[in-house]
Structure formats: structure tokens, C-alpha cells
Design a protein around this ligand. Sequence first.
Ligand code: IFM
Length: 467
Amino acid sequence: MTIIDPLTFPPGFLWGAATASYQIEGAAAEDGRTPSIWDTFSHTPGRTRGGDTGDVACDHYHRYREDVALMTDLGLAAYRFSVAWPRVQPGGRGPMNAKGLDFYRRLVDELLERDIVPWVTLYHWDLPQELEDAGGWPARDTAARFADYAAAVHGALGDRVRHWTTFNEPWCSAFLGYASGVHAPGRQHAPDALAAMHHLLLGHGEAVRAIRANDPEAQLGITLNLYAISAADPAKPGDLDAVRRIDGLANRIFLDPVLLGRYPEDVRADLAGVSDFGFVRDGDLETIAAPLDLLGINYYSRHVVAAPDPDAPAEPYWRAPTSWPGSETVRFLKRPGYSVTDMDWEVDAPGLTETLVRVARDYPAVPLYVTENGAAYVDTPGTDGAIDDQERVAYFDAHFRACLAAIAEGAPLKGYFAWSLLDNFEWAWGYSKRFGMVGVDYATQRRTVKASGHRYREVIKRNGLAE
Ligand code: IFM
């Protein structure tokens, strides 16, 4: 009888770390790169904490060799990074920029030389500004532009890159970008946010189709930011309805079209006052539901929600209410006794198990990868420069256990990517939030592996936990 050690991951489990172009690359105006919506947004006074921009970030564009060496030092088997669209196709249409593509060619070569699997995300939020000026994601044409760009990047790198993610967290691009406006391009128009959502998904489906036509063996997927959602009081029907609404708007509105080929009817009904979904054309959902080889799940926290209660006004919550068109009345609650990260997100590792098991249960079978998971904490280097980030060590440890529990329950989880390899530009929060397993001193660009990075190396080496 085979005894499966409950602390060991299945053989071949893929251990990696993730980053994104605008958050680390810098070199914002080099070698032909043109502005993205995040350049414009971050250079607009008042949009980011302290006016921070990604102009320099971690200077990864120039230091990628050093960073890949760090990956080897950590023992990473895979590295998930994104391609900056305006670097490789300035303006978002027309000819490709050889110098921009060369950067990613060099990066991929460096990874392969070190036996690290390159995993490309085609879109992690840096839409070329010219495409935003032409209507952005609320405009249908942007989906076609994305598919062209995706096919061209695949054409350049597809001989060496086998794993492709079309979009990272389209919820953020649509709802934070076009509804609450806390992300680029900073628009606040709920109907446009829904049109953006649909066109992001359409772009996904069209890109999958285009890449598949040229490369039937490519591993193709999308990454969604999914949440565990629970009721403040499961005995209250109003709270349960709040769960249904937020699960609909956070999870099912993306999972259902991608994996089932339809938008959830109840969510469409919740959104009836916002949009008639007139942007959906015949055949779109078939395109969006193109068969996938994998699903990426980014998990950070749980939402605890309740029905409206005029006598118990909710704490202000940064994602509510404007990021949730159709759910303005739902209260997002903090639970006493739960620790929070520096993002003020509750730490809830069992929510990761719940999320993985739920996707495996409710949707057609597809290999799952945690493509992001991690935590921001305030790191204070010791006098010797060491960064002893024990809170992050504990966060990761709890989430590794959550992955093991999901696998034990039958979820087809094949890999895990820590967010993030490096401290980086945390969008509207600028450099004030640190997510890295490797610390970055932005004044000197010195990298320091934190205690969490050292622990990750041990976990990868053991393919599991010691105790
Ligand atoms: O930094 C982001 C990343 O770009 C997308 N997922 C969530 C991370 C932490 O907020």
C-alpha cells in the first residue's frame, strides 16, 4: 500500500514565483516602449500613493540576469512574468518592436539556461495608452487588438515558452479600472466596466483560438482572482443573498463564461439596472469558452458579507461600493480576531482550500495552478540588513497547508506561484506595500532574500513541509 505523506506535494508539483511587467521592469521609455495606461495614471497627481510611478521600479529590465540568478538561488522551477504590450507593440497595433521582443527573448533564454520554466502572462494591466484613447476595454475592437498582439508574442516566443496565460485578474482591469477607478485608466462608469469585462473575456477567447491554431500543444489558460465568500451570519437569508451576489460578481461572472460558456442568470438580473449586456454578440460566449489546458487562480483573502443594515453601518472598505456595480448595498465586514496583512486583507488560508475545491467541484475538470498568493507586511531590516519576515513565513506556511488540504480533497492542483519574487510597485499603493520574498532597497536596487525566501527554498527542495 502506498503511504502518501500528508506534508508532501505530488511529484512534479511546479513551484514558482510571479511578477508583472509594470511592477518591476522600469525602463519605461527605453528601446521604443510607449506609455501604457499605468504610465499615464501614475503620472497623474493624486492617483498613486506618494505620486509613485513604475518609471524605474526594480530596474528589472537591466537587472534581469541578477534576478534570474536569484531564482536559481531560491530553487524556483518556474517563473511567471508578464509581457508589456507597449514595449513589444508600441501603440497597441501595427508592427512589433524588435528591441522590446529581444528583452523577453533574452529573459526566456536566461531562464531556460537555468532550467526554469518560463510562464508568460500576456496582459497584466498595461494597456497601451493609444488603445485606451481609442476607447479602451469598453470598446470591442480592443479584444481584436489583444488577439493580434497575443499571436505575435506567441510567434516570437512560442518555440521556447509552453505556458501562456492570457489575462491576469480581468476583474481588476474591468471593475477597478472602469467602475471604481482606483486603477488605471481611472474611469468611473459601471456600464463601461461591464462592457470592459466582456471584451477582456472576448480577447481571451480570441487569443486562445489564435495561439491554438498555430500551436495545438501550447498550455493555455487565464488567471482569475477568486475569493472565498461567506456570510456574516449564515442563519440570515439576507446575508446568504449577499454571498450569492458577491460570489456572482467576484467569481462566477468570470468562471461561468470561461468554463461553462454563459453568464450567470442571477448576476445578470442583479445587474439589470446597470447594463442589458447588449455588448454580447452571437458566438461570443462560444469564443470565450474556448477549451483551456489550465486555470490560474490568484488567492489572497476571503470576503465576509452581510445584508444592508441601517443600524450597523459597515466599515468603509476600499473595494466597496463602487467596484461592485449591482451590489452597492452589500456590507463587507471584518471579523474580530483575524489578523490582517499590510493591505488590510484578512488572512484566511482555509479560504484557499475552499476556493480550489469549489472550482474543482462546480466546473468541468481543468488542471489548476495557484498563480499568485502572498502577503504585504511592513519589513524592517535588522542592523545586519537581514529581513526576518516571520509574518510572511507564517502566511505562506498556512497557504501551503491549504494547498495540501485541497489536493487531499481531490482538487487537481498542479503548481503554486508565490507573489511575489520581488518587492515591487503595488499599483495605487506605489512602493508603500512590500510583497516580495526578496526585498528591494529602491535607493540602491540592492536585493536581499528575506526569511520567507529562505523558507520557500526549503519547501521547494523538500517538495513539501517538514512538520
Ligand atoms: O500586486 C498585485 C498583482 O499585480 C495582481 N494580484 C494581486 C497583487 C497584490 O495586490
